[in-house]
Design a protein around this ligand. Structure first.
Ligand SMILES: *Cc1c(COP(=O)(O)O)cnc(C)c1O
Length: 402
């Protein structure tokens, strides 16, 4: 029985990405099950009191308590780390648990963060409303502007925090430049890579330190569970994240971890397929005369950068109803197949109006600054037939006179 090959780093490192997605982390029990087992247990038992003492003293491997370690969760951590090319990974209850933990575990009062302005609403919220309260300041900049990163540096800057592509404006950050700048100053880069996943973009290849995920999105890929993940060097995980997470408890439930583990098996097929379909749908909308923001299209101001740092541009893009919010909402309402939903990364195509949903609490001024116009729509292209999606959009555009 090839019981432990999935958690043998020497074996896993020789596998190509699609093999890692299916087999990395597989850690079979004495029964030799094919599919990864779901260990729904909070605690573990021991053969002797000495054995448990050795585990608590860190002198013996093994499980102690599911807040620290759980076999199903451990399998997912191995699989994500392998796909990312990272030394280590810990998973969390949600993407926001991952983002919050990766910042709070290493920052202290008096530290400063430079953050990309275009970001998931809750990522901005933690900077403004959590870190601020503990004396951790930040400067929010236009992440697309390399000079702005340099200009925002302070003596106490400890971290750069950004997402690329950013939600929902599809702004890109130049990974090579920004991570290189951080390296030269001893600053830790935390990259929210939820839109791309390791299949489409590997920020560590450009020098990023910490890669944080909402695994709820493309990693699960089927809209089932909430989960998050953080990848980094073994030293960073052991020094900062692991003790923080063990003691504060934002951990991923084994059932959720199991769903993501199974989702990852098809990620190398889904992510390119959804990316390709999204390109076709975006090109159709552009042909209709609508303004589209899709980094895979030559019309995107950072198309060249996209080609340098991404394998494909992903399933998500933005486009604009020229007459604003009422027209954008009318278009959503006129669709018959594409669902109105604020989720992304799902195998079902989903559309949302960011200004009234995901980015509502930024306020009008914040949205204007981040380029989130009232007519903007964000589309997640799923795994349906591309022509059915285009037909649905064409019919809906016709109904609202566009
Ligand atoms: C969804 C999302 C998050 C938050 O993840 P949850 O799993 O919903 O907590 C963070 N960043 C980005 C870019 C996202 O799309």
């Amino acid at each position: 029985m090839k019981k432990d090959t999935g958690i043998d780093p020497a074996a896993v490192a020789t596998w190509r990405p699609a093999t890692q997605a299916v087999r990395a982390g597989t850690w079979r029990s004495q029964h030799g099950e094919t599919s990864e087992a779901l260990y729904l247990t909070s605690g573990f038992t021991y053969d002797s009191a000495e054995e448990v003492a050795a585990r608590f003293a860190g002198e013996a491997d093994g499980m102690q308590y599911s807040r620290f370690k759980n076999p199903t969760v451990e399998m997912l951590q191995h699989r994500i780390a392998a796909m990312e090319g990272a030394e280590a990974c810990l998973v969390q209850a949600s993407g926001m648990a991952a983002m919050t933990s990766s910042l709070l575990c290493m920052l202290s009062a008096g530290d400063h963060v430079v953050a990309g302005r275009a970001a998931f609403g809750s990522c901005r919220w933690i900077l403004d409303n959590v870190l601020n309260r503990f004396g951790i300041t930040h400067t929010a900049i236009d992440g697309t502007d390399n000079a702005a990163w340099e200009a925002a540096l302070q003596d106490n800057t400890r971290a750069f925090f950004f997402e690329t592509p950013a939600n929902p404006t599809m702004d890109l950050v130049d990974l090579e430049f920004v991570c290189g700048l951080a390296r030269s100053k001893g600053i830790t880069t935390v990259v929210d890579n939820a839109f791309a996943t390791p299949v489409l973009q590997r920020p560590m290849d450009f020098g990023a330190d910490v890669i944080a995920y909402s695994a709820t999105k493309l990693m699960d890929g089927q809209g089932r569970v909430m989960a998050g993940a953080v990848c980094a060097s073994r030293d960073w995980i052991e020094e900062f994240l692991s003790p923080f997470q063990r003691n504060t408890g934002p951990i991923c439930a084994p059932f959720n971890a199991w769903n993501v583990l199974k989702g990852l098996e098809t990620l190398p097929l889904r992510a390119p397929a959804q990316s390709e379909s999204a390109m076709k749908v975006a090109a159709f909308l552009e042909d209709k005369g609508l303004r589209v923001l899709h980094p895979g299209l030559p019309s995107h101001p950072q198309h060249d950068l996209c080609q340098r740092q991404m394998r494909a541009a992903g399933p998500i893009f933005a486009f604009f109803a020229p007459d604003g919010q009422r027209q954008a909402m009318a278009l959503c309402n006129a669709l018959e197949l594409i669902d109105i939903s604020n989720n992304i990364g799902d195998s079902k195509s989903l559309i949302t109006h960011p200004a009234s949903t995901t980015h509502y609490n930024m306020g009008e001024e914040g949205r204007a600054e981040a380029g989130i116009a009232d007519g903007m729509l964000r589309l997640n292209v799923g795994l349906e037939d591309t022509f059915d999606l285009i037909e649905d959009l064409e019919r809906a555009l016709g109904r609202i006179g566009l």
